[in-house]
Design a protein. Structure first.
Length: 306
């Protein structure tokens, strides 16, 4: 069984505008509301790959109802901890001049009793199952909570995949997660750096593996991505697409890579498929709706293995 864990799910409001004028009424050309959160997005991608999964995390209020119903409507399972507070709404504005404005809210306050309830759910995950933990933490979730999840997964031999921004990831690595998926900004920040190049990406990813991570999948936006593990390094360019909305691209990469590995694809095929799918999501207002174009996109990807 595959579980995704989204500690801070949200409704994402995607808006298209010609221009954004301050101190004026701005009327949108398009508006769409979608259930969201990084783990939620990953679960949708897994469903597109015909893989069953279940969403864990915290859900509450009318916003939470919208999120959970949207997930269930797609035939995806849920086992959320119900909280009293509302979940959050994030806003993504796409302007005609190709600029994006992203407004991301902090999320609800999670009481300790709800945290303990989620930990108990994770403790019931079976050996050799998969847990994909991704996204930000809501208020009152401390880094030690993330570390405890990593420890439980290690002790119970659960395949853990992590996509979080906090540098607690450096301590989590000792619990040997199957995969850590940063973007370049996150990877650099974990090692107190700001300017990146391939040599730095390689150095820091190898450090994560020395600490215990089995695979590091670094996403580089329009530049593609790099996969590091003990056997090989694969560098791949991203297919060129017209960017509509970059939100969810990294989640698409993560879900496609992990899902393809579970389905028995080679590491190379899974990685190239994930890069192609991430680019296709950037061409949509939300996530990709199918994988019909992906094989053709893979054929055009330039990559190098070392």
């Amino acid at each position: 069984m595959i579980y995704t864990c989204t500690l801070n799910p949200a409704i994402d409001m995607f808006i298209k505008l010609e221009n954004l004028d301050y101190n004026s009424v701005n009327r949108s050309d398009f508006c769409e509301l979608t259930p969201n959160g990084k783990g939620v997005n990953v679960s949708i991608i897994l469903k597109l790959l015909d893989l069953d999964c279940k969403n864990l995390g915290f859900i509450g209020g009318e916003i939470g109802d919208f999120i959970e119903n949207g997930i269930l409507d797609k035939g995806i399972g849920t086992d959320f901890v119900e909280i009293e507070s509302n979940n959050r709404i994030n806003i993504f504005i796409n302007l005609d001049d190709k600029k994006e404005l992203k407004i991301v809210n902090p999320g609800p306050y999670i009481e300790k009793k709800y945290q303990e309830e989620l930990i108990e759910k994770i403790k019931r995950i079976n050996k050799n199952d998969w847990l994909i933990l991704s996204g930000s933490s809501p208020r009152n979730i401390e880094d030690d909570f993330i570390l405890e999840i990593a420890r439980i997964c290690h002790d119970r031999q659960i395949n853990l995949c992590m996509d979080i921004s906090s540098n607690i990831i450096l301590k989590c690595a000792k619990y040997k997660p199957f995969l850590i998926k940063p973007n370049e900004e996150e990877l650099l920040s974990w090692f107190n750096d700001k300017e990146g190049d391939f040599n730095k990406y390689k150095k820091y990813s190898e450090k994560l593996m020395e600490l215990g991570a089995q695979n590091v999948l670094l996403t580089l936006g329009s530049e593609g991505g790099i996969l590091f593990n003990s056997n090989q390094t694969i560098v791949a360019d991203a297919p060129k697409v017209e960017v509509v909305n970059t939100a969810g691209s990294g989640d698409t990469v993560l879900g496609t890579f992990v899902g393809s590995i579970i389905q028995g694809e080679s590491t190379l095929k899974a990685f190239l498929k994930s890069i192609a799918a991430g680019s296709e999501t950037a061409n949509k207002s939300w996530l990709i709706s199918d994988f019909d174009k992906i094989d053709n996109m893979i054929e055009g990807i330039k990559y190098k293995i070392s």
